[in-house]
Design a protein around this ligand. Structure first.
Ligand SMILES: Nc1ncnc2c1ncn2[C@@H]1O[C@H](COP(=O)(O)OP(=O)(O)OP(=O)(O)O)[C@@H](O)[C@H]1O
Ligand SMILES: [Mg+2]
Length: 241
């Protein structure tokens, strides 16, 4: 079943078009990867879905309801969570307070919040060790774990991540990608923008290749993985690692 449908979406910044009449969908229970070169419009797509920017045209449907034009906090309340590009944690707050802030859509059910915190500490024991530490003093990889965990504190059905591997060493990258597979196993749906195209194809079910605001290619990830020449044509050989 289709969970998210993006139909003929266009976004412009002033006169410059960032997304041009693009369409895509995410089915329930899938991991969908969005890959493409810098400036392709990947972040713009995620922001348009989660209500962080205004769209010029087109429609976004979530669970068959139109969500275009709805304020971001209402979209979060519907079970979508967004890990933005560049791990934006609250640097002057502790790790644990960042997690609590991530749960704001589930109001004040203290017991539930505590359970969710424990679940995240199980997922990333490193965060538990550092629960009292100011988030701004965590290493880059630890901040990325916190950004992911904070997004999961709203107990979303659908998790959207923007370049979760950025700036991470291979061991942290693996941990983040393993987390995406665990999320899928636990019944969640995942959409991930990645610059590590091959790694993203390896863990996803389907993928879209964006270039200058348009879908240039899409299909089953395993087929795209074999389509080495095409990937290199659209992504450049340096991104195709
Ligand atoms: N706030 C903004 N104002 C003006 N132009 C913008 C703004 N945000 C993005 N753009 C432009 O829109 C285009 C798409 O940007 P976007 O951030 O969506 O790309 P991206 O695919 O996420 O790239 P990257 O891989 O570098 O993160 C780029 O040309 C960018 O310069
Ligand atoms: Mg981006």
């Amino acid at each position: 079943m289709s969970l998210l449908q993006v139909q003929n979406l266009s976004v412009s910044y002033g006169k410059a078009s960032a997304l041009n009449n693009m369409s895509m969908e995410v089915n329930e229970g899938e991991i969908v990867a969005v890959i493409g070169p810098n400036g392709a419009g990947k972040t713009t797509l995620l922001k348009a879905i989660t209500g962080l920017i205004k769209v010029k045209g087109g429609t976004v449907l979530y669970k068959d309801n139109v969500i275009t034009g709805i304020p971001a906090h209402n979209i979060l309340g519907r079970g979508i969570s967004h890990v933005p590009q560049g791990r934006q944690v609250f640097g002057d707050q502790s790790v644990e307070d960042n997690l609590i802030l991530g749960a704001f859509t589930i109001k004040k059910e203290k017991q539930k919040i505590q359970e969710l915190i424990e679940r995240e500490y199980e997922r990333f024991p490193r965060l538990k060790e550092r629960r009292k530490q100011q988030a701004g003093t965590l290493s880059g990889g630890e901040q990325q774990m916190l950004a992911v965990s904070r997004a999961l504190m709203s107990d979303p059905d659908f998790v959207i991540l923007d370049e979760p591997s950025m700036g991470l060493s291979p061991i942290f990258v693996k941990q983040i990608f393993d987390t995406l597979l665990e999320l899928k196993k636990s019944g969640k749906t995942v959409m991930v923008v990645e610059q590590l195209a091959m790694a993203a194809l390896a863990i996803s079910d389907r993928a879209y290749v964006l270039q200058v605001g348009e879908v240039k290619l899409h299909g089953q990830s395993r087929d795209l993985l074999r389509d080495d020449v095409l990937i290199k044509t659209y992504l450049g050989s340096t991104s195709a690692n």
